[in-house]
Design a protein. Structure first.
Length: 160
């Protein structure tokens, strides 16, 4: 193992010159769960500690747009290496390809980050998996820890 982000010269040691939501985001598990819960509730914050104090953050229509596959079959085939066999792309996140929501996780809407994070939620089954690691991902092929995580989630939630 080697240190990727030395604290003395960290990417996060100074504020960015321009806020950029496309990468290098840092968060806590609690904040991430608040975001995921809000999407699962179709735009309304959920539970204690949620931001917005009960005020709707996104309309249900916006969440539907974000979590609906926007790819053509040809685009989906060309993106299979990155999105997987049952993956599509919504507005800003991975989503299930049209007609494939019944596949095991990681089929669902969510995101895979380059710093070893993965999240998927399946609104039909109600199952969400979130994994934060501190291992840089250098390939579109998930590292073993991510594959083992999803296998464990699926085994734990399988109906007998």
């Amino acid at each position: 193992l080697s240190v990727l982000d030395d604290p003395a010269h960290s990417w996060w040691s100074t504020p960015p010159s321009f806020p950029d939501g496309s990468g290098w985001l840092a968060s806590t598990m609690d904040d991430y769960w608040s975001f995921v819960s809000m999407l699962l509730a179709r735009g309304a914050p959920q539970g204690a500690g949620s931001t917005g104090q009960g005020e709707r953050i996104l309309s249900p229509a916006t969440v539907e747009l974000m979590t609906t596959d926007r790819l053509t079959p040809q685009q989906r085939r060309a993106s299979r290496l990155f999105l997987g066999r049952h993956g599509g792309w919504g507005l800003g996140m991975a989503v299930p390809a049209t007609g494939s929501l019944d596949q095991p996780l990681p089929c669902g809407f969510g995101w895979d980050g380059g710093s070893g994070t993965t999240w998927r939620s399946n609104p039909r089954s109600g199952v969400t998996g979130i994994l934060f690691t501190q291992r840089q991902v250098m390939s579109p092929v998930p590292p073993p820890i991510v594959e083992e995580f999803w296998a464990g989630i699926n085994a734990a939630t399988a109906t007998p």
